[in-house]
Write a protein that binds this ligand. Sequence first.
Ligand code: MLT
Ligand code: MN
Ligand code: ZN
Length: 291
Amino acid sequence: MGSAAGGGFPQWNCGCAHCLRARAGDDAAVPRTQVQFAAGGPDGYLLIGASPDLRAQILATAELTPRARRDSPIAAVVLLNGDIDGITGLLTLREGHSFTLYAPPAVLRILAQNSVFDVLDPARVPRVALLPQQAVPLPGGLQLCLLELPGKVPLYQETANASLPEPAPVYAARVANAAGRAAIFAPSCARLDATELRALADCDVLFFDGTVYHDDELIAAGLSHKSGRRMGHVPLAGTGGSLQALGGLGPRLIYAHINNSNPILCADSAESRAVRDHGADIAQDGMRIDL
Ligand code: MLT
Ligand code: MN
Ligand code: ZN
């Protein structure tokens, strides 16, 4: 439903070359909303993450249209991290709809510490703690589980001027259908070692962290002093980068959570071609995959 990293594309306060092209309506630099996935079918849908752009994303998705006077096919939401672009869409889901909210305990603690999330009445929206590898049955014979990945604390919990990322786990969602076919949604991942590769290989379609192509691209463009790795996102390029590690892994690879600094947002860039040459895809808003 949404394919950009936090801030979206173009970002409201960014005048970088990519955002200028997107604002100008350039066909090769298509605007994107902040990362959001949904998985499901006629029996109901699971939202994966809760994007700040969730209202517009739901309205743009025919499958999520109400079927009665007060209704939504959204049956559950699973949160993968405590980042702003991963949780604030929950505030869009007020209005009395009943659904189950699954999240790892650390993310549930963040919600509990911020009383604004109490707008979701626990009587209608039960909060269920989910541990990695714990299987949850969902409507339509789907099965959800979380995979733990290396990450860092949310930006707003960082210690001032920390020069290294403060490690904390983040999560990917694995959703399997009744036929046993599976997709993994991993919008954040700081590192790809053997353990991560083994876990991420166990699916048919892998949506993976496409935040930055070059580790230093935000620094080079004068947009930030942080590298991709410092932000908890493994870059696509280079040794240990995700193209090399995941390109031949097996699952269909689709990059999502793409930052506006990443040249793959421009379809005519050498970096976009390199992604395609590795047999991988670049997610667009509204993309649908039939498992
Ligand atoms: C991230 O993906 O690193 C975060 O969403 C950054 C942020 O909170 O802006
Ligand atoms: Mn993010
Ligand atoms: Zn920009």
